[in-house]
Design a protein around this ligand. Sequence first.
Ligand code: ITT
Length: 191
Amino acid sequence: PRLVIASQNPGKLREFQTYLADLAWDICLMPADLDIPETEPTFLGNACLKATVVAQATGDWAIADDSGLEVVALAGAPGIYSARYGQTDPERIQRLLDELGEELNRQAWFTCALALARPDGQIALTEIGRCAGEILSAPRGENGFGYDPIFYVPSQAQTFAEMSAETKRQISHRGVALAGMLPKLKQILSK
Ligand code: ITT
């Protein structure tokens, strides 16, 4: 079967393609001109919406990811608005650092909601993954995308942007969510 990745974020796409690389299916990217709505109030709601729209538009199975960074001292911001916190990754990072200022509570977590839709748009599977960390006061590392350079994971003593792709896959919100979904995903798509 064909599985379309319902995302326009190049960083996410790279991770999905690596994470799903050893599967026998044809993994495709969604049409670039498709307009995907994100009007729901939750990560899971938005993931389901994106998967349904892309499955219906392509007639293929589709997997969507809605994710974001929730900062405790900012009452969960930027949260579902993580992508809309600025125009570019450096702008988003700078805005977050400015809003946090000298705040001592640097606790944060990433959440990733995944949704798999059947070719008719019906949701077949959902999964949520989380990863806890701390917001540094300056960026560190060159890998990854988005807020990775300021997201420090104490258990690894590294930011997401300092980790190898393999380490990020093992511990990140997206890696955890995908690992949770993978057994059922394989079962469904092998039928
Ligand atoms: P699609 O909807 O097309 O998939 P998007 O970037 O708009 O792309 P989201 O609405 O889910 O996706 O926004 C997620 C944002 O959260 C993303 O743009 C990053 O800024 C941030 N983010 C999510 N996962 C991340 C990760 O693993 N590392 C760093 N930042 C991440």
